[in-house]
Design a protein around this ligand. Sequence first.
Ligand SMILES: [Zn+2]
Length: 499
Amino acid sequence: MPNRHLSASLRRKAAALLLPALLSAAAPALAPAQPVGLPDLGDSSATELSPRLEQRLGDAIIKEALRDPAFIDDPDVTQYLTDIAQQLSAQAPAGTPTIRVFGVRDPSINAFAMPGGYIGVHTGLVVAARNESELAGVLAHEIGHVVQRHIARGLVQQKQDSLIMVAALLAALVASRGNSQVPEAALAFGQAAAINSQLGFSREAEREADRTGFQMLERAGFNVNGMASFFGRLMQASGLNESTGQAFTRTHPLSIERMSDMQNRARGAVVNDRPSSSAFYFVRAKMRIMQAASSQDVRDTVRYFESRIAETDGIERSAAYYGAALGWMRLREFDKAQEAYLGATSGARSHFMLERLAIEIALARNDAARAVELARSAYARWPGQRGVAMALAESLQRAGRNQEAVEFLKEQMLKWGDEPRFHQMAAFSYSQLGNVVNERRSMAEYYAMTGALPAAVELLQQARSASRDFYEQSQIDAKVRDLQRQLREERELLKRFQS
Ligand SMILES: [Zn+2]
């Protein structure tokens, strides 16, 4: 299956960054002089990666991941997972990086922490979670690795590997950004991937992540049994030699001791029998459909949802209808999708993910006016949902209302400064409006945010020559200088690691 293959490549890239040894004892081997303007890699005697470099590496790799088809670029999924993680990390010590979670299209049960507070979660893990507290339990464990800085903390015996790793990573990064001076990048990256297959956290690190994670889980008000019950099932699955759970247990070794520690902790804590949010059920259904690789898989998954419709009630039944509707959408059976959508909303149930589905069905049926109407009322009700905002912008564009779309997108950029897609959408509307300067500038912003710096610079130069406004030109010049400085820094950083 192509998805599984690509997903494996994403996992390798992610694993490359997981390398706990990352810089550890590698620092003394680096060139001693610190060139001006470069990030400080920390004291040469330091046994860990500096938080600043860790963040830069994390930001860089996430931009790489954006281009991988296994990366789930869905605002509902990203926002839901990140919200849960941030409820947990709100209980973490000060200085913990902002936690951002993304989904990976892969049916195996796995989650991984990367440098800079990024956490990847496989669709298979969310699908396997029985309730929100179980999902929160795994996320809490991963955040525990971030809080304890396991990714950056050194494992001295791996110093040689980690040096190669960092060099390979940076080489791959710069190569991906159009620097033809690094032809060997792909090869180096392959080496890096080979080294990573043996990667895993130590038992001590696992215990620390459990302990820290448990505290966050309890303080954030989730059911503290969530962690033990999910890990218990994983351990059983890997003991039974089921392939689904192996990915996780390989990188996070489970043991009888760990399990009994978790159970003991849960016994001594107040059990908060908190129900799962509606979003949990809808996101889980969506991720189940997302991991279906072929149209036959989609059909089988729809059949699964249909059996759930017959067996369940309440929110679970609504989510089963929702999942079936998403499946019909993928099969381009829009009438069946609409029918399932109505099933999902029976009993006057409403949720922003259901409304977003209704908007998508209207768009698929080429009824842009209806989509705008639905999206406007959904946005009035859920202004804090990025997916709803995107659906409204898209509906306006499809209805040919590009001036309104631009005004709306500008508001959204202020609200969500880290979302590249609003800039990409704005570029489309500007092109429809014949505004070349703003089209190029918006697209340049999109490229800059997704790591394609040379492309961003080129578009800005085009925007500058199209501009007739002195003030605008100097704004563009400043932005070009800023991007060129970033590019230079990356190349210098790479040279340091290669020397
Ligand atoms: Zn772990």
